[in-house]
Every structure is written in C-alpha cells, then in structure tokens.
Design a protein around this ligand. Structure first.
Ligand SMILES: Nc1ncnc2c1ncn2[C@@H]1O[C@H](COP(=O)(O)OP(=O)(O)OP(=O)(O)O)[C@@H](O)[C@H]1O
Ligand SMILES: [Mg+2]
Length: 258
C-alpha cells in the first residue's frame, strides 16, 4: 500500500487498445482520486466496455499505446489476479453456471485470493452474514449453486455481494448490458453507496442517467469514438439526458457528423 490517502488512485493516460487488429480505444485519459465515484457515459459502441475490459486485463485486447497506473503501480504489467490483489475490483466474468460450487464457496475463494491472510471459517461466515444482510439477501442464498437458475436480479445481487465481500479500493462496474430493471438498479446503488467513503473509488459505466439518480457521481465523463471527449459534474449527466448523444457528436465528434 502506498498510503496516498485521498490522492490519485487511477490514472489512464493516452490509452490506445485494439481487438483483432481494430483500434477501439484511441487515446483515453482518465483520473480518479481515492474516495471519488466517476460515471462514464456514451453511446453504443463508443468503447466503454472495452475500457473496462482493458483495465481488467482481458486477454483479447492489445494495448498499443499509453498507460494505466493504479495506486502508483503499472497495471499493464500486472496479471488480472494481481490487479485484484492490488485492490481493483473486477466483477469476475465467470461462466453463467458453475455446477457444484455454492455462492459461499465461490466468495470464500475470491475473498481469500485477494487477502494476504486468509479468513478462518468463522470470520468468513460472519462477514458473509453481515454483507448479505446489507443486501437484504436470504441466508439460504449462500448455499445455492453459483448462478444456477439465478434471475437477473439475483445475479446482480450476487455480483454486488462480491463487491462488498472483497472491499476493493477501486471498483469498475459496467452496467450497460445487464438489462437493468429498477430492482437491479437499486441493488447496485445500495452496494455502491454502502461502499462509498474515503477509502473507496468507483468507475461506473452506464448508458442512461437513470442509475445516477441513486448514485451521485463526483464526476461524469462522456466517451465517444474511443476517447473521453468531455467531463463535468453530475449536471453533465442531466444535460446529456436532455440533449442526447447527437448533441455530443455535434459538439465533440471528430470531423463529419454522418
Ligand atoms: N472483435 C471485434 N472486432 C472488431 N470490433 C469489435 C470487436 N469487439 C468489439 N468491437 C467494436 O468495438 C467497439 C466498442 O465496443 P464496446 O463494447 O466497448 O462499446 P460500448 O461503449 O461498451 O457499447 P454499449 O454501450 O453498447 O455497451 C464497437 O464498435 C464494437 O463493434
Ligand atoms: Mg458496453
């Protein structure tokens, strides 16, 4: 730990990344201080999920230029599991079902993998009970097999339970393709607001301003064509809702506005 309390937690500089030879990120700059919650908005295909995937170390993307620094460390030099141990929360892209692995088992493995010292079974049990209570989850949920027959809302709850259990310094949450109904939305909001504090930062990726009614961002960024083209306070999210992404394209789009 570098102990830079309140200081710069995440710095993305001139990040370029491609997939299958196609450049998607074209120079992303982003700075997030410890204790801050940032929202990234932007139209379909602008590169938001790509940015999240690259930060998580997804093997399909190739970074061709630029840097990502987390808590003073060069993220691009770290394997995904090292990123998690350093305090980045990467909602695990686990398969839709893992037969024979219960929620409790999965969380135990995940929690112990990011801690220097493993929790004993009693500590683990207590922690799980405490966090499930916050998420208003029935204790029996912990015994279910991971994602087997989970509803969309239950999957989302489970993901946020994982966030609370892992207690990261930075969470990257990509909420675009989760078919967020109002229930799932509030689950995410409850979890993030629970974590909110001087030792936690988050990058929340979203399409709509909706979720930002429940989670008040310190800063809002708009992504367009592989870059963050404008940033502002939470008013920017409202402005976007009013004016739409065509306005963004006109104001900030490169060249033509076809
Ligand atoms: N394998 C690939 N080959 C070529 N282009 C790809 C590939 N995978 C993704 N892309 C493109 O990368 C661009 C950015 O996609 P990304 O998923 O990051 O967008 P997004 O901002 O998250 O969009 P959404 O709001 O719909 O979730 C899209 O144009 C997409 O078609
Ligand atoms: Mg996406």
């Amino acid at each position: 730990m570098s102990g830079n309390g309140g200081g710069l937690m995440l710095k993305v500089e001139n990040l370029h990344a491609e997939i299958d030879g196609q450049e998607i990120l074209k120079g992303v700059d982003l700075e997030v201080n410890l204790g801050e919650i940032h929202a990234i908005m932007g139209p379909n295909g602008s590169g938001k999920s790509t940015l999240a995937n690259v930060m998580m170390g997804h093997p399909r993307y190739e970074v061709t230029e630029g840097s990502i620094t987390f808590d003073g460390e060069d993220v691009l030099e770290m394997e995904p599991d090292e990123r998690a141990r350093a305090g980045m929360f990467l909602a695990f892209q686990y398969p839709s079902e893992i037969p024979g692995v219960s929620v409790a088992n999965f969380l135990r493995t995940a929690v112990n993998s990011v801690r220097e010292q493993e929790l004993n079974p009693m500590e683990m049990y207590k922690l799980l009970q405490e966090k499930m209570k916050i998420m208003k989850m029935d204790p029996s949920f912990a015994e279910r097999y991971l994602n087997e027959g989970f509803s969309g809302g239950e999957k989302k709850r489970n993901e946020i339970l994982q966030l609370l259990m892992l207690d990261p310094k930075l969470a990257i949450l990509d909420e675009t393709d989760s078919g967020l109904d109002i229930d799932a939305l509030q689950v995410v909001a409850r979890g993030v607001n629970e974590m909110r504090g001087p030792e936690f930062s988050a990058v929340l990726i979203t399409h709509y301003q909706r979720i930002l009614r429940y989670i008040e961002p310190d800063r809002v960024h708009v992504m367009l064509d592989g870059r963050i083209v404008t940033s502002g306070g939470k008013k920017l999210a409202e402005e976007l809702e009013d004016k739409g992404y065509d306005w963004v394209r006109q104001e900030f789009g490169a060249g033509t506005q076809s």
